[in-house]
Design a binder for this molecule. Sequence first.
Ligand SMILES: Cc1ncc(COP(=O)(O)O)c(C=O)c1O
Length: 437
Amino acid sequence: MSTDELRRQILELVERHASEAQSAPAFRPGIGAIPAAGKVIGGSEIRHLVDAALDGWLTTGRFNDEFERLIAQRIGVQQALSTNSGSSANLLALSALTSPLLGERALQPGDEVITAAAGFPTTINPILQNGLAPVFVDSELPGYNPTPQAIAAAIGPRTRAIILAHALGNPFEAAALREIADRHGMWLIEDCCDAFGSLLHGRSVGTFGHIGTLSFYPAHHITTGEGGAVFTDLPLLARALASFRDWGRDCYCAPGKDDTCGKRFDWQLGDLPRGYDHKYTYAHAGYNLKMTDMQAALGVAQLARLDEFIAVRQRNFAHLKARLKTCEEFLILPEATPGSDPSWFGFLLTLRENVPCDRVDLLRYLDQHRIGTRLLFAGNVTRQPYMQGRRFRISGDLATANAITERSFWIGVHPGLSTEMLDYAADKIGAFLGVGF
Ligand SMILES: Cc1ncc(COP(=O)(O)O)c(C=O)c1O
């Protein structure tokens, strides 16, 4: 049998096995888990994964080329680079802004970067990791994002950039923020890790800022196991991002390729001797944050299902909102930003201030009924242990970030959840609060 035929048969069997093995058992209320987040993968994903493995190439290769091209096309930007996580994508985004390639616009140590106090830590950590100073602003309920007014009020003489995440899929007012950024000569990074497919004024989030990022961890809209992407329209930023991702190298050859620039032994850079191999010439203090071709192959198959996943997330969100309307006396229900069409990551709820019950008791009760819950990640990050003793600035107060820390939580809307599961979750929340449906 030819190796091509053998491969064809292997892939067919793999797909058949995966399709049968992945089918979910029937939901049993109170016994079956209702996770807050989860992946949906089937035959085509595992087929792609094995196809890439059979190539034996392992590092970024043909599947990664396709994945990066498809992500850029989907978002509507010039260039996307895959990474090994969303956290790495954020680290690259901030690091790229320090590149000497940007001349006077490069961020310098001690420059300030505005961000939301309430959110995920690795939206914020790259500010610290690059020797920059975070400026924290408060968020607003029921959208969970900071307002453009709060951002504008936080700008000081050394403020040079903004990095914000679209809270659990709900777009922040990115168009207004880009205007503010442009007016003050600042950079805008959109952390779209929880918002792949969200639209604002009919435009993909991530296209308003200078750089956008995505995560493909299994909880996210599509998954590659671990993984992420960073994308931009600006060629200079794309070059800086690629260099920081790929060891800091000046060379931009794809893995396994040589002499793309046609001058491999013809450069004189730094204090190196003329003709020093460009492959080993470094423009930045870089990392290696690439993904493997198996991950990218999985991503290609998942990307083909993104619209289907988004539609289910939106349907699940609408269903929960309708079901929980009767709890509004006790709970603040989430609202989409005006002019947006969110690709929801989860269903955020906040106990109203005057409700005489403890969030921990509610979360324990839901846990006992196998209903998964999550907090809005770090809450007010300035209250986290690792922030103690660090230098940062707070603009205004963080009253809402504190409320989020103390009274908010979210439940799942991911495509692995059935209407029966959502109804059970809503029933139990209502039962805890003493609300009948
Ligand atoms: C807003 C946000 N940014 C960044 C990340 C980090 O992504 P990853 O887990 O892929 O590192 C997450 C993770 O869930 C996130 O929610």
